[in-house]
Design a protein around this ligand. Structure first.
Ligand SMILES: [Zn+2]
Length: 389
């Protein structure tokens, strides 16, 4: 490992980089990788994600044959939606084009690299959706034993897309909030490296979204980056990416972050609106944007701390607004899952209330593909014409 260590995001206590437990034993807040000697390193134009940004990762060597070609996703400048909303510079960072159709692949490959560098032969995760699929796929590719903890009663249609990669599926009792903490104990007991929600190396993977945006915009970053927030690791990673490029002088300002949540499950936005420093668990969460239905995000408090420092904001959108944004984004040729349409719903609201101006440049992070949740299509009626042309 190169010169880097972990730090508690709250009390700033330091931990060695080879620590696997992702939280501070004192305050139970997430840990994060810091690079005391970060310098402007060479960014390779080709290679895998970890190879391209090797200077911004702590790995001294890189394992070959574990990449599935993650990252390097398109940044599309909107024409259709931008003119409909009346904003000059609107972009979509299309993460649906990752190997398992979501941004999760970036954090999975970074976590896997860390696990292998520490000598782990087993990886795992706790998830029903994008993250489980991603970890199962990368586990297969790397030929390591892969454990996916699923809660009892999970429907078969959710297990199928994970099971296709042949991981070990372990049924455990309790809701997902409980499973997350249970996985930390199981991991320590059985030597499994869990690459779950907001672990430090998932955040390290997510920062490459910001790196790519900077490169794709010729190192003139946008005014705003809008991110759907569930556990909170992705928005932390994207902001960290901008901060690191700023620190080494590759960009001269840091975009403001906009947290997008669904009204039926918005613990971060609720706390932000109240000016509170800590999130409260949402009781009975319910939204069409299942991928971000996390009632008690493990990085929620850290997202609040960073948002305050960054000067960004937090928004929530109703299911109706999310589905409307999903349909609007498809007018541009992009089919995202409902959670991935939350940023566009947020942009629409922020333009309407004057927070965003017509001249602002805005990047929406389209986190995952629409085909992963075809049930949402029932909300989009269509008509087939009977007569020929
Ligand atoms: Zn701490």
């Amino acid at each position: 490992m190169k010169m880097a260590h972990l730090i508690c995001t709250k009390c700033e206590k330091e931990f060695p980089i080879d620590r696997v437990h992702p939280r501070c034993p004192g305050c139970n807040e997430p840990l994060e990788v810091v690079y005391p000697r970060l310098k402007k390193g060479k960014i390779r134009s080709r290679g895998t994600l970890i190879e391209r940004y090797h200077a911004f990762f702590p790995f001294s060597s890189i394992h070959e044959g574990i990449s599935l070609g993650e990252g390097n996703t398109p940044l599309l400048q909107s024409s259709v939606v931008a003119s409909e909303l009346g904003v000059n510079k609107l972009f979509f960072k299309n993460e649906t084009q990752n190997p398992t159709w979501s941004f999760k692949d970036r954090g999975t490959v970074a976590g896997l690299e860390h696990a292998l560098s520490l000598g782990f032969k087993k990886i795992g995760t706790v998830s029903t959706g994008n993250m489980a699929v991603s970890v199962a796929a990368y586990g297969a590719r790397a030929k390591v034993d892969t454990y996916v903890l699923v809660s009892a009663g999970l429907p078969e249609e959710k297990i199928g897309p994970i099971a296709i990669y042949h991981p070990r599926l372990i049924m455990v009792g309790g809701d997902y909030g409980e499973l997350y903490f249970k996985s930390l104990e199981i991991g320590e007991r059985f030597g499994i490296y869990f690459i779950s929600s907001d672990v430090p190396f998932r955040v390290e993977g997510s920062k490459t979204i910001a790196f790519e945006i900077c490169e794709q915009m010729s190192f003139e970053p946008p005014d705003y980056a809008v991110v759907p927030v569930s556990a909170g690791g992705n928005v932390r990673g994207i902001l960290k990416g901008f901060e690191e490029f700023y620190r080494v002088g590759l960009i001269d300002r840091i975009p403001k972050m906009v947290v997008g949540q669904a009204s039926g499950c918005s613990p971060v936005t609720n706390a932000f609106e109240k000016g509170s420093e800590s999130i409260e668990r949402v009781v009975d969460p319910h939204t069409v944007a299942h991928a971000i239905e996390n009632p008690f995000p493990p990085s929620g408090n850290q997202v609040l701390r960073k948002l305050k420092e960054n000067g960004g904001t937090a928004v929530k959108a109703s299911d109706e607004e999310i589905l409307e944004a999903q349909a609007l984004m498809a007018k541009e040729g992009i089919f995202g899952q409902p959670a991935a349409a939350v940023p566009l719903a947020a942009v629409k609201k922020l333009l309407a209330d004057g927070y965003l101006k017509q001249t602002d440049s805005v990047v929406c992070i389209v986190t995952g593909g629409g085909l992963k949740y075809t049930a949402a299509l029932t909300h989009h009626p269509f008509k087939v014409e009977k007569t020929g042309l």
